[in-house]
Design a protein around this ligand. Sequence first.
Ligand SMILES: C[S@@+](CC[C@H](N)C(=O)[O-])C[C@H]1O[C@@H](n2cnc3c(N)ncnc32)[C@H](O)[C@@H]1O
Length: 417
Amino acid sequence: MTSHAQRFDKLSRLLGEWQSLWRSVPFHQHTPDWATTHPALFEAAMRLDDAGLEELRDDDPYVSVVSLARHPLAEYLPLDQLAALCEVPTVSTPRSSLPASWGVHVGGRKWRQIEAFVPHVPCDPGAHLVEWCAGKGHLARALSSLHHQAVTALEWQPALCRDGKQLAARQGARVTMVEQDVMATSAADRLSASSQLVALHACGDLHVRLLALAAERGAGVTLAPCCYQRTAAAHYRPLSTMGRALVERDGLVLPRDTLALAVQETVTAPRQVRRQRRRNSAWRLAFDLLQRQSRDVDSYLPVPSLAYGRMPPTLAEFCAWAAERKGVTLPVRIDWAALEARGWQRQAEVERLEVVRQLFRRPLELWLVLDRVLMLEEAGYRVSLGTFCQRQLTPRNLLIQAVPHGEYQASTTRGAP
Ligand SMILES: C[S@@+](CC[C@H](N)C(=O)[O-])C[C@H]1O[C@@H](n2cnc3c(N)ncnc32)[C@H](O)[C@@H]1O
């Protein structure tokens, strides 16, 4: 069986070897640098037809050996090796649903994630359950009701704490909402060695803080991490000693923006939303062509995003808005129809290059998760890694369960698994 360290090592080597492919952002660069080093792959990607592209978008090659084997780019990439390294066991679910009344006031999808997550939180009678960045404490209430235990929910927004308190009282759940900035020094005082820290989708630095404090206190951890790019550091700093050594060995360059690839949404949106997103993207690419020409500078210029449905009705109006925002003077005469056609042409190329990049999304996510796993192992934890739900429910479905060393020894001598 492969240990986490072995898997981390191999994954790192592959990611390092292929990093020119996943680090280049097709939206920002006309032709990726790797087109010259991997011309056959570039041409194969460009040859993908629209129907094939649609199929690939709806599919995750790493969940099915069949889709992996017939992936049109399989002969150019180490997909077999990546797939083997991304294979993670499903943690078993002792029960599949909780009473519906517990989930009132929780969105449907969020509730199903909570249902899938709570059975994996260990509930030793002496444990002090702490939910990290709890929002209104939906997870804390489910945990308290399921395990008949008191739960402390840490959240820094007073309004969410107030709502959470009311919801807990209404449901008769033993949840204490605590107004706490988890990044503050005082957060450490909320924990002890008997704490079991629980977080479902605590972003970037917030869950890194959880891990650091847990390791400091020797507390248990049940964590589904997400949003690795939400971090104050401009460049990723590995949490584990092994991670730091691998970054060095494999020459991995991980600026904050690149980390976003690990969580790029791959679960499909409704057709209408997708159609609109594609058009918006084609218009942005058309503006990009225009601004390069107008400024006589061949580099990407980031344009602010617009809330859903706020896109101006025509390409000309969008370009006028974007030009004003970026202080770009546009030519007086523009052939808008021709520009739009070129925007769609770029969009078609970007979509094909994104297929290549997406093949490294799960491997990069796994690498980041393994860095967290190794950090805990180095701190003396026994750690297991698995998926707690199907990716359709949430693509951030990786679960880290960590038992501190002392507790592990005690539980094994008691005959527990
Ligand atoms: C993505 S939400 C997740 C909420 C909840 N865990 C859930 O799954 O519904 C992140 C939560 O973290 C809280 N948060 C952000 N920064 C925080 C901080 N420094 N200290 C405490 N809570 C924080 C936010 O207010 C928000 O409620």
